[in-house]
Design a protein around this ligand. Structure first.
Ligand code: FUL
Length: 484
């Protein structure tokens, strides 16, 4: 018996060894890994938020839900104007506040009279926006606030059923939904319930979120679910629109829930997380989420937005940029002009890859299929990988002529997991010395995308040194740019 057991153990060890050491095959996934929906979601990179509702007309951010539905009275509402603007600003989708904390619904919900149906504007804003998205080819997403300051039943089990019913309406009546936003906000002291009424709930249990997520999964299997702790994607832990340079797409899934108090951790994720949950960086183009005339002069500048792009998309996150629709029902001209110029600037800065024709070699390569020459070939599914067990290796880049660069973009092949823990980018000086392009910023994780900005360097030879990796690195893209 004992003899048999030893044999079995030896066989198991050999099989395991063969599995990890077979370098003729693609690398094994390094868990946790994303679902195909999560990969497709991250590839969207930038998409928009629209905050619009009673707050727009009451000049508020968190309405009490006690002003009449008739207050909602846009005079020139035009969802096509929103979507055309967003397309020009490079947005790949839009998420609408179908119901914010004040409980007012932008669609004629069967379950309440507190909606557009009882306002001078008789239309269905959710329908108009989702139709415009289909027409102009961007994705449509839904924000439905769990916290509801209008419904008298809020705080009782009846409200939760009401919430699920509304979720079902939104998941079934408007076509494909790419993301559903579960807002963790639930007021603070003195902010519970409608008007000044206090209705306290236990956020971690009251809504039975797993049940709500089940509704989404059943009715919209392609949708990614957002909340502080996912499960599809996570809040980045601030509303300023950036992630930390060190940014893991992992979370300890059981620990984080909507309203998680240690939310600052979400800026970097959990290096030891057991689930894939990449970060979404949300911020508004103005100080407020809703439109306030006094903020017409406070729209973020193109420079500020460019910086945020590098600190969100360039830090392995997505950017969710909010546009407060005004009382007419339009995106304000200052906001649209700024967003379009921002997109043009990003296109200029990252439009021309100066390493496209460079020669890529590596100090270790798994086999010919995973050669570093796949870099910059535009094919998402080809990538360089080292042999199993090799977790530090250099990719060397040579250009025919000297090039001047001040941005380098790196991408990991995330369907196999996020692996790199530390890297350094270097250039060879004229006296033959390798020098890092940047020393005052962490160069640790890469993930789906990492863009490193640095003062211009001119050279013919560059290298990306993978210093530490959770398993053999899988890099599918390296590009270099110069921006004035
Ligand atoms: C927060 C909300 O309280 C804000 O009003 C806004 O909707 C923002 C996107 O999320 O939690």
């Amino acid at each position: 018996m004992a003899h048999n057991r030893v044999l079995l153990i030896i066989m198991a060890v050999c099989t395991a060894f063969m599995a990890v050491a077979d370098n003729s095959l693609a690398p094994e996934p390094c868990y946790p890994i994303p679902t195909p929906q999560q990969v497709a979601w991250q590839q969207l990179e930038t998409y928009a938020f629209i905050h619009f509702g009673l707050n727009t007309f009451n000049d508020m951010e968190w309405g009490y839900g006690d002003t009449p539905a008739a207050t909602f009275n846009p005079t020139r509402l035009d969802c096509e104007q929103w979507v055309q603007t967003l397309v020009k600003a490079g947005m790949k989708g839009v998420i609408l506040t179908c119901k914010h904390h004040d409980g007012f619904c932008l669609w004629p919900s069967r379950y309440t009279d507190y909606s557009v149906a009882n306002s001078p504007y008789k239309g269905d804003v959710v329908r108009e926006l989702s139709d415009a998205c289909k027409k102009y080819g961007i994705k449509f997403g839904v924000y439905l606030s769990p916290w509801d300051r209008h419904q008298a039943s809020y705080g009782t089990p009846e409200y939760v059923t009401y919430y699920y019913n509304q979720l079902e309406e939104l998941m079934t009546q408007y076509g494909d939904v790419f993301e559903v936003w579960f807002d963790g906000a639930n007021g603070g002291d003195g902010w519970y319930g409608g008007a000044s009424e206090k209705r306290e709930i236990d956020r971690s249990t009251y809504y039975n979120y797993p049940k709500a997520w089940g509704i989404v999964n059943r009715l919209q299997p392609g949708a990614v679910i957002f909340s502080d702790g996912g499960p599809g994607c996570r809040w980045v832990g601030n509303e300023k629109g950036y992630a930390n340079p060190t940014n893991w797409s992992f979370l300890r899934m059981k620990e984080v829930y909507p309203g998680y108090p240690a939310y600052e951790e979400l800026q970097s994720g959990h290096a030891d997380g057991d689930g894939w949950c990449a970060s979404e960086c949300d911020t508004s183009i103005r100080p407020g989420w809703f439109y306030h005339e006094k903020e017409d002069t406070m729209v973020k500048t193109v420079d500020q937005l460019v910086d945020l792009y590098y600190r969100s998309v360039g830090h392995n996150g997505t950017l969710l940029l909010n546009f407060p629709v005004n009382r007419e029902g339009l995106i304000h001209p200052v906001d649209s002009a700024t967003a379009v110029h921002w997109h043009e600037r990003i296109n200029r800065e990252l439009g021309s890859n100066l390493l496209q024709k460079a020669k890529f070699t590596a100090t270790d390569t798994r086999n010919k299929r995973f050669a570093p020459s796949s870099m910059g070939d535009g094919d998402w599914n080809t990538y360089w990988a080292s042999k199993d067990g090799v977790t530090a290796a250099d990719i060397e880049i040579k250009t025919k002529k000297e090039v001047t660069l001040n941005r380098i973009m790196l991408q990991e092949y995330i369907p196999l997991g996020q692996r790199v823990e530390e890297f350094v980018i270097e250039y060879k000086t004229c006296c033959g010395k390798w020098v890092p392009v940047i020393v005052d910023e962490e160069t640790t994780t890469i993930g789906y995308k990492r863009i490193v900005r640095f003062a211009p360097k001119t050279a013919k030879e560059w290298r990306v040194r993978i210093i530490r990796s959770r398993a053999c690195p899988c890099i599918n893209n390296i590009e270099g740019y110069y921006s004035e």
